[in-house]
Structures are given as C-alpha cells and as structure tokens.
Design a protein around this ligand. Structure first.
Ligand code: 4AD
Ligand code: MG
Length: 417
C-alpha cells in the first residue's frame, strides 16, 4: 500500500496495475450490491479501499459474514480511480481469500477507543493508527540515535543488564534470583531452589548463584570504563527502576541512551546533549504554521532548558565536586510538558575526592574497586548523560502518558503481555 499510495500522485500513476495485498480488515461496509473493505497491510498508516461485488471470486465469504473487522485477508485486484473523495485510487477486487477469521469479540472497532482501554489490549493496540504511528516514530528515533553517535565517532558499548552495582545509589534496584534446581545444596526441586530462608526471612539479595545481583539502573559506570580506553562511547539499552511511582513519565523498565565523553567537561556534555536532541527531532524540517505560532507565542517559555550545578547532597556519588564545595557539575535538560528528559554530569576523576565522597555517603568502597581503578590508572576528565528514550518518544509524538511510548509498558500496576 505504501508503494501505491505513498508517491506524489497518491496512486494515480499506478492506474491499471494488478496487485496482491495481504493485510487486516479495518472496516467493512456492505451495501446492497457492493462491499467496501478498508485493508491495512502495515506498510504505512493509509488503508487501501477495496471494492468488491459478486463478480469477485470468494465474494460468498463476504456475503456469509465470514469476513469481519480484524480478519486477515488476501486480495487480488486492479488499481482504479476512486469515486470517493477520501482517496485518489482504490482496488477493484477480482479475488478474495480469508486467511484468518476474526472473532466478533475483536475489541479494536472503528469507534475511537480511549488510551486507557487500549493499554489493557497492548497485544492488539499496534493495529490502531495512533500506535502504528508511535511505533514508527520510535523506530525512526532509535535509528537517528545510532546515526548521530556513529557519525560523531562514538562507539556503541553493550552494558550488562545483570550487575552488582547500584549506579544511582538510590536503592531502586530489582533483585535477580536463580530459580534453577540444584542451585542450593539441598535443592532437589525448583520449589526448594527458591532463595535461602534465614530466620524465616527470604534473603533475596544473595541469590545470583550465591552472590547479590540486580537489574541495572544505568549503564553509566560500565560506559566509563570504555570511555577511559576508547574516548567517546555510548550505550543504548534497557534499564530498570523499582520505584513505586504511578506517573505519566515513569516506567519500571525503560530504555536509556548514555553517552560518555573522555577529555570532556560539563560544557562539552551540555553541547553534546543539545546537538543530539537537535539532530534527532528538529533538523531538516521546514516550519509549519503551528511551529511558527509556537515560536512566536511561546518562545523560550516553551523550549528545552538546561539547569546546571546542583547541590551535591541531592545528587549521585560520582558527580564532580565544584570548587565551591557545595555543588556538583551536574546538568538536567527539561522539556515542555515532560520535565526531565536528560540527566548528566561531569564525573569525579580525582581519586581522593571520589573516595571521600563514598565515605561520606557510607557506600562500600570495596564494591567499587574497579571503578576506583579507573582513577588510579590514567584518569581523565570525563562527562556523560542519560536520556530516557520513552520520554524522547513522548516529546516527539506528544503522547501524554509514557505507557503509550513503549510497546509493552512495565509499571507497578502491570507487567502483563
Ligand atoms: O537522571 P538519571 O537517573 O541519571 C542516570 O541514570 C545517570 N547514570 C545517567 C548518566 O549520566 N549516564 O536518569 C537519566 C534519564 C532521566 O533524565 C529520564 O529521562 C530517564 O533517564 N528516566 C526514566 N525514564 C522512564 N522511567 C523512569 N523510571 C526513569 N528514570 C529515569
Ligand atoms: Mg535525574
């Protein structure tokens, strides 16, 4: 359908062509002698209007009511000029085959369903135009992200999902537990392998083959190890936060983009964040009237803003202390409607400062031995940031709720599907 209707002539250049389309029925209008079926094949948001009558092979399936909204079908026909005003061309069908019947309970009907309702149907919501569009924008942003960093000489690094370190020190980690048989001396069934019980309490934090392990909250510490060897690197992968907040901008599982720049300070970090955002959502589009109105009416009030140099006590241990002794070289980028899109900082590269900070916060220095090593062996000024990919998808699409910016949202309320 994209090949036919996507061109500048909206399909008029394809008149007379014979086509086969495979897709899903969006709507069906049966009239006395002719039936209109809108079919979507997933190639674009546009449907193809298919016109069929008793002359089409397989039309009995339409007459018997076997073909309904949601069914998958195969149609063969010829592109003709449309009589309707909504499209330039339509398909005059010669043959129709029902591939997969749709039960009458199919919940995605023509009537617009609410976002809340569609969240309970996460397995079927990609069949709506809105979620088809969000999936496409999400895909384009992922592609543009890799393109931006690759074209600027960054190397993508895979950071681990299972880890022993709590990067943000906020205690928001999910524990990883082994449930395989024989992982404990006494286990002879999977049920027995459920974690050790001490004084009636389950010790969930000791059970990754006998050691503590968690789902990562951030790939930053690992990215720093590669930045202090390869210079400019980035991660792009899933991260997890066990924060029990039901808001329109928090997920328990979200994707994060984390660049880490060597021989760089906070100004370099802010410049990188700005260039990244400009390259993935703004560059190359002509201004539409709504953009002009936005710029003229809401200018500066409605733009992304960077706030820098936060009080050190509200920020993570790894941020570089400023000369005033009270603040750290941190920056957050805030965007309209969403708030924090990016959190970043220059990292503390001085061993004695970092050790003192870990002590202040009563964090276990031994657990960070490898991170401290980076400051022992050829330490360099370096900086980076993390950008929540779903918040970027929200920003680019205008979706109100972050649960609609990821195919299968994980929140305190739900990890279904
Ligand atoms: O500000 P945060 O916690 O920073 C870090 O994790 C640093 N280690 C990043 C770095 O410097 N490499 O998280 C970074 C971003 C936030 O600005 C936000 O966009 C997103 O991650 N984020 C979330 N997105 C969705 N759901 C959540 N629960 C999120 N928590 C953070
Ligand atoms: Mg933050």
């Amino acid at each position: 359908v994209a090949d036919v209707k996507g061109g500048p002539d909206q399909g008029l250049d394809k008149l007379g062509q014979s086509l086969v389309i495979t897709g899903w029925v969006r709507t069906l209008r049966v009239q006395s002698s002719v039936t209109f079926v809108e079919i979507n094949d997933g190639s674009c948001l546009s449907n193809m209007q298919c016109v069929m009558d008793s002359g089409a092979e397989g039309y009995d399936q339409v007459e018997s009511g076997s073909i309904t909204t949601g069914a998958s079908i195969w149609v063969q026909g010829v592109v003709v000029e449309s009589q309707g005003s909504k499209q330039k061309v339509e398909l005059k069908v010669n043959k129709i085959v029902l591939v997969g019947k749709s039960d009458p309970s199919f919940p995605i009907q023509k009537k617009r369903a609410s976002r809340e309702f569609l969240r309970t149907k996460a397995h079927l919501r990609p069949r709506t135009n809105t979620f088809g569009a969000v999936a496409r924008v999400r895909n384009a942003l992922a592609y543009a992200t890799h393109k931006f960093f690759q074209e600027n000489g960054f190397i993508w690094v895979a950071s681990p999902i299972i880890t022993a370190s709590d990067c943000e020190g906020a205690g928001e980690q999910f524990c990883v537990t082994t449930l395989i048989p024989n992982s404990h001396e006494t286990a002879d069934s999977p049920v027995d392998a459920i974690p050790k019980v001490n004084n009636g309490l389950i010790d969930w934090s000791q059970d990754f083959f006998g050691k503590p392990a968690f789902l990562t909250v951030s790939g930053q510490l690992n990215a720093e190890t590669y930045a202090t060897a390869l210079s400019d690197v980035y991660t792009f992968g899933p991260t997890f936060r066990a924060e029990n907040s039901n808001t329109s901008r928090h997920l328990a599982e979200f994707w994060m983009i984390e660049p880490e720049l060597a021989f760089a300070d906070l100004n370099d970090d802010m410049a990188c964040a700005t260039a990244y955002l400009q390259s993935v959502v703004k560059w190359g589009c002509d201004l539409q009237s709504e953009h002009e109105r936005y710029i003229t009416e809401e200018a500066f009030g409605g733009c992304p803003v960077i706030i820098r140099d936060y009080p050190k006590d509200i920020k993570a241990f790894y941020m570089r202390q400023n000369d005033d002794g009270r603040t750290v070289a941190a920056m957050d980028m805030l965007v309209p409607k969403i708030g924090e899109l990016i959190g970043g900082s220059q990292r503390e590269e001085r061993l004695e400062y970092l050790e003192a900070r870990l002590d202040d916060l009563k964090l276990n220095k031994d657990a960070y031995w490898w991170y401290l090593d980076l400051r022992r062996y050829g330490s360099v000024p370096h900086a980076g940031f993390g950008l929540g990919f779903e918040r970027l998808v929200q920003f680019a699409t205008g979706m109100d709720n972050i649960r609609d910016a990821i195919p299968f949202p994980r929140t305190p309320a739900s990890a279904e599907f």
